[in-house]
Design a protein around this ligand. Structure first.
Ligand SMILES: CCCCCCCC/C=C\CCCCCCCCCC(=O)SCCNC(=O)CCNC(=O)[C@H](O)C(C)(C)COP(=O)(O)OP(=O)(O)OC[C@H]1O[C@@H](n2cnc3c(N)ncnc32)[C@H](O)[C@@H]1OP(=O)(O)O
Ligand SMILES: Cc1cc2nc3c(=O)[nH]c(=O)nc-3n(C[C@H](O)[C@H](O)[C@H](O)COP(=O)(O)OP(=O)(O)OC[C@H]3O[C@@H](n4cnc5c(N)ncnc54)[C@H](O)[C@@H]3O)c2cc1C
Length: 664
């Protein structure tokens, strides 16, 4: 007998070819097939079960994480999975683990900052997981201010070694994932000192634990920093603390691509910019942008499917009540998030290209695009994670009371996701980096140096400062060039206004500090322009499949116009559009929501998430929400007994006392 599909009618309404949309979402047919195969592999494996995760104690959760990581590694070896497939497998296992840092930061740090000899020595062991590493940068006293780190690595020419030391309490390493209980090694960031001179922060490969007994090596204090936000969630990760008491490592364990220390203790700075020490962060920020689209898509998939099942009010003549997805307020909250998921997917694809391009250039000693790559990764990491974190919470509210149940999947997704706004660079700190880059670009406008890449639009500042939006009717807002020009004009006008205000300060740094809230807004406007423009560029491509391109055009317009509506103050205050044109944009937005509506379920089906990965009763594919919620309630350990533990000690005496009091 065929299983019931509560969304069948919704799926029939779709006006586009779902299979082709799945390929667009995955990036290519090959990606789609790989990802689909790996997702099913994980979903069908009982070791990767995760429905009881939030019930586990921290210790049990951690052991479960070790078990899953070991099993994942076995599957990767047995099935001879490629690196790409292995990464997919770990992400579908969907439980933060030390392996994220080993593969995501330790290995990239050695690859990016190590010499070829260091690659030869360390990478084979790391690839085989004969050593497990983490990324130990942040300290108790400093995270954002990397130049403020206090751990020292003092070169001793007598022994040809570095002496690693934690001179103060605040110099204790604090937060690195995988450090607390697992890592045998770390890339440690410390101040390099030679001949009494401080050369700033550099990376060092340091062994922390014995490879036979897993005990900390002499001079090393290491442990977990404790429980974090939420149940389950990021508590599967052993974020750690680490102190060094004059720990000795050989000289060749300093990562020496950027600078070297010779046998005699001479510090040599190569032609490579010192910012390359920050290269791993650029890499990870780029991956975080793609991950944002996955997390956002996941929350939106849950909220959309549930909104189509849930009915409230409006029954006529005893007929069914209205599906909550048909309420305009629900649509105006949900559909922009759906559009944002697609927008972030495409900007993530583009950012991956940008990162690959900058990496190839760096290999050829061309460092010219590094500042732009830094600004783009920092800004887009900040913008996409902030939006996604807020969106997950919005999706929880869109699911009403049931969204608050753990088995909706949304509370844990929120808890596991929100630290992305902080790790890999606090989002405000990163936006200020973008603002610095923009102010520098504006200051060079008169110099004849032509802005390129994502700031190329500033080269047309003269036109953008005085252009007038030509929208007269709501449908005029559907013209890509009209949307693009409005976003460009807003970004350039906000940048130039801020630059002018900065010019009024005698000390530019004082001005920057004073105007930093405005500068953050400027950076956001610039990042939103990047996302809008990359979505529009995507639509220039040949996109096959009945109705697929049309749906993407609708989503792109929803994305752009909802931003315009949300930031109307900026657009009107800078004179880019009139209040009436703002009202027309809103009118058009409502029409677009009506076009999204029949396609909403198919648009989230295109994410191709398995029920295992979604981990949500409200978002399950078949929409059989009520029956599953009811069954699941009985599985809660509180329902193991009819009368709860503690009744005799605590409840009964109160109840009896009440009876006695009543009798008095
Ligand atoms: C339901 C369950 C679901 C489960 C789901 C599970 C899924 C899990 C899957 C995966 C998990 C993800 C795995 C990843 C986990 C990541 C863990 C996080 C790791 C970390 O957090 S590591 C630590 C990161 N730390 C930071 O990011 C620190 C932030 N600070 C900085 O980056 C810098 O210090 C700074 C940017 C703030 C700069 O400070 P400043 O002092 O001004 O800088 P200077 O050193 O003086 O340099 C200024 C100069 O350099 C330019 N610059 C700065 N950074 C860079 C760079 N990265 N690249 C290039 N250039 C850079 C800067 O613009 C200045 O240039 P200028 O002089 O103006 O031209
Ligand atoms: C779950 C998790 C995992 C992590 N994993 C790792 C890891 O594997 N390895 C590692 O090395 N680190 C790791 N970290 C640390 C992380 O990178 C830092 O916490 C992060 O970079 C933020 O730095 P901070 O904690 O010093 O924040 P702070 O800089 O102290 O931020 C506090 C507040 O001050 C504001 N602020 C700071 N500076 C400025 C400024 N210049 N202008 C305006 N406002 C400012 C911030 O916006 C924020 O509101 C992890 C953190 C978390 C939460």
């Amino acid at each position: 007998m065929e299983a019931l599909d509560y969304h069948a009618e919704e799926r029939r309404k779709a006006e586009f070819n779902l299979d082709e949309m799945k390929i667009v979402w995955a990036g290519s047919r090959r990606n789609y097939e790989l990802s689909d195969r790996v997702a099913r592999l994980v979903a069908s494996d009982p070791v990767f079960r995760k429905d009881n995760r939030t019930m586990l104690t921290r210790k049990d959760l951690f052991k479960d994480t070790l078990r899953k990581a070991a099993h994942a590694w076995k599957r990767i070896i047995d099935l001879r999975l490629s690196e790409e497939e292995a990464n997919m497998l770990r992400s579908y296992v969907d439980q933060p683990a030390f392996t994220d840092l080993h593969w995501g930061m330790f290995i990239p740090a050695i690859k990016g900052q190590g010499t070829s000899e260091q690659h030869e020595k360390w990478l084979p062991m790391a690839y085989k997981m004969q050593i497990i590493g983490c990324y130990a940068q942040t300290e108790l006293g400093h995270g954002s201010n990397v130049q403020g780190l206090e751990t020292t690595a003092t070169f001793d020419p007598q022994t040809d070694e570095f002496d690693l030391h934690s001179p103060t309490l605040t110099s204790s390493k604090w937060w690195p994932g995988g450090l607390g209980k697992v890592s045998t090694h770390a890339v440690v960031y410390a101040r390099l000192i030679t001949g009494g001179q401080d050369h700033g922060v550099h990376g060092f490969i340091v062994q922390l634990r014995g490879l036979d007994d897993h005990l900390p090596l002499p001079g090393i204090t290491v442990g977990d920093i404790g429980m974090k936000f939420g149940s389950g969630a990021y508590n599967s990760m052993d974020n750690g603390l680490l102190r060094f008491d004059h720990v000795r490592i050989p000289r060749n364990q300093m990562l020496m691509r950027v600078s070297q220390v010779t046998r005699e203790g001479k510090f040599v700075q190569s032609d490579v910019p010192r910012q390359l020490v920050y290269g791993t962060m650029v890499y990870v920020r780029q991956t975080i942008v793609s991950d944002a689209s996955c997390a956002l898509a996941r929350a939106v998939c849950i909220a959309t499917r549930y909104s189509a099942v849930r009915r409230q009010f409006g029954s006529q003549n005893g007929g069914p009540e209205i599906q909550v997805i048909d309420y305009k307020t629900q649509q105006s909250r949900l559909f922009p998030l759906l559009a944002s998921a697609y927008a972030f997917r495409f900007v993530g694809e583009w950012l991956k290209w940008l990162y690959t391009d900058v990496t190839q250039r760096l290999q050829a000693n061309d460092f010219s695009t590094l500042p732009e790559a830094h600004a783009c990764t920092a800004g887009l990491k900040s913008m996409t994670t902030s939006v996604t974190a807020d969106a997950i919470e919005e999706c929880r509210k869109l699911c009403g009371g049931h969204g608050y149940l753990s088995n909706s999947g949304l509370p844990e997704l929120f808890a596991v996701y929100i630290p992305t706004c902080t790790y890999e660079g606090d989002n405000v700190v990163l936006l200020l980096q973008v603002a610095r880059f923009l102010m520098k670009t504006v200051s060079q406008l008169g110099s004849g140096k032509k802005p390129v890449g994502t700031t190329a639009y500033m080269g047309r500042a003269e036109h953008l400062m005085q252009c007038r939006c030509e929208v007269e009717m709501a449908q005029d807002w559907l013209k890509p060039s009209t949307i693009l020009e409005a976003f460009e004009a807003r970004a350039v006008r906000m940048s130039i206004a801020c630059a002018k205000s900065l010019g009024k300060f005698s000390n530019p740094e004082d001005g920057f500090a004073e105007l930093s809230p405005d500068l953050v807004e400027v950076a956001i406007a610039h990042c939103q322009l990047i996302v809008v423009s990359k979505f529009l560029e995507k639509l220039q491509q040949d996109i096959p499949g009945k109705g697929v391109k049309r749906q993407l055009e609708i989503l792109c317009n929803v994305y752009a116009l909802h931003l315009l509506h949300k930031h109307l103050g900026d657009f009107v205050a800078t004179g880019c559009i009139t209040p009436n044109q703002g009202a027309l944009a809103n009118e058009q937005l409502r029409l677009l929501y009506a076009q999204v509506r029949p396609n909403a379920i198919a648009l989230v089906d295109a994410f191709n998430y398995t029920d295992h990965y979604l981990g949500s009763i409200l978002g399950c594919y078949d929409g059989n929400v009520y029956q599953k919620l009811y069954q699941e309630a009985w599985k809660d350990p509180l329902n193991d007994t009819v009368v709860p533990d503690g009744y005799l000690e605590y409840l009964r005496p109160i109840l009896k006392q009440h009876i006695r009091t009543a009798r008095l």
